[in-house]
Design a protein around this ligand. Structure first.
Ligand code: SF4
Ligand code: SF4
Length: 269
């Protein structure tokens, strides 16, 4: 995304709209600018603001006259008065920013919008997680924080060393060069995104090691990490996961129980 300096009148309306705080007013040029390194290409500024397409010279003149008489002329707060926010053609690798940050763009690898996955924690009619196994969703980033792939890779590498299995139908896995080692394509490691979800599977016995490793690394990476764990109940509706989590010191409750009434869409062997 960029700001057309010929059109921008520095009204500042777009600043609070950006979830990454990437837009600022450059006092030297009296124009809004976008910090390209922080911008995650979410398109919130472009799509979220109404556009008036007023003549910039006219708006600047009105603002100058108003300032002279010590009152301000400001457009309505949800409007870019001069249509100055302009999307740029995104090429590889920058295009991954938009794929993980603009909820209206589906992921190429899965065809799903947003973070690009029907997460196992809420939608497991696929038979992915079996008895004796735990499914994890490890979520990186949030609006206002974001995440870079280099931090995500630090965690995926460490998890791979624990012998976890990465979900193949997941956009982060599709960007790996070596899922056995948790390696992500090197050219995207510096790309920043709003958030991403890594999905893995491990034996129930390995749940403490996985949680411990994520907790340890969450203190070292430059983002926030949330984690969800799920398992499959046996025929009597029992499961040992809750006891494992309690032993590890986590307050536990069944956040969601999937009764399996949905149609099985992709059973794995
Ligand atoms: S595209 Fe998103 S991150 Fe980039 S400047 Fe606009 S609102 Fe901010
Ligand atoms: S809303 Fe439009 S005119 Fe106002 S600062 Fe942002 S880009 Fe410039």
């Amino acid at each position: 995304m960029k700001i057309d300096a010929d059109k921008c009148v520095a009204c500042g309306n777009c600043l609070p709209v950006c979830p990454m705080g990437a837009i600022y007013i450059d006092p030297a040029h009296n124009r809004a600018r976008i910090n390209a390194d922080e911008c995650v290409e979410c398109f919130t500024c472009y799509r979220g603001m109404s556009k008036e397409d007023l003549n910039p010279t006219f708006v600047r003149a009105v603002r100058k006259i108003a300032k002279f008489f010590r009152f301000r002329f400001d457009p309505e707060p949800d409007i870019c008065p001069t249509d100055a926010i302009v999307p740029e053609e995104l090429s590889w690798p920058r295009v991954v920013r938009r794929a993980f940050s603009d909820p209206q763009v589906p992921h190429e690898s899965t065809g799903i919008h947003g973070r690009g996955t029907a997460e196992v924690k809420t939608n497991d009619v696929t038979g992915r997680v079996k008895e004796g196994e735990a499914g994890f969703v490890v979520e990186f980033g949030r609006p206002g924080v974001g995440a870079r792939f280099r931090d995500i890779e630090r965690v995926t590498k460490a998890l791979a060393e624990l012998g976890v299995e990465f979900e193949s139908n997941n956009p982060v896995t599709s960007l790996m060069t070596d899922s056995a080692r948790g390696l992500i394509r090197p050219e995207i490691l510096n790309e920043k995104i709003l958030s991403a979800i890594v999905e893995i599977k491990a034996r129930l016995a390995d749940v403490p090691a996985v949680l411990g490793k994520v907790r340890e690394l969450s203190r070292e990476v430059d983002t926030v990490i949330s984690i969800g764990v799920s398992t499959r109940c046996d025929g009597a509706g029992e499961e040992p996961l809750r006891e494992i989590l309690e032993r590890e010191g986590y307050p536990t409750y069944r956040g969601k129980t999937n009764l399996g009434l949905g149609r099985v869409t992709a059973m794995k062997n």
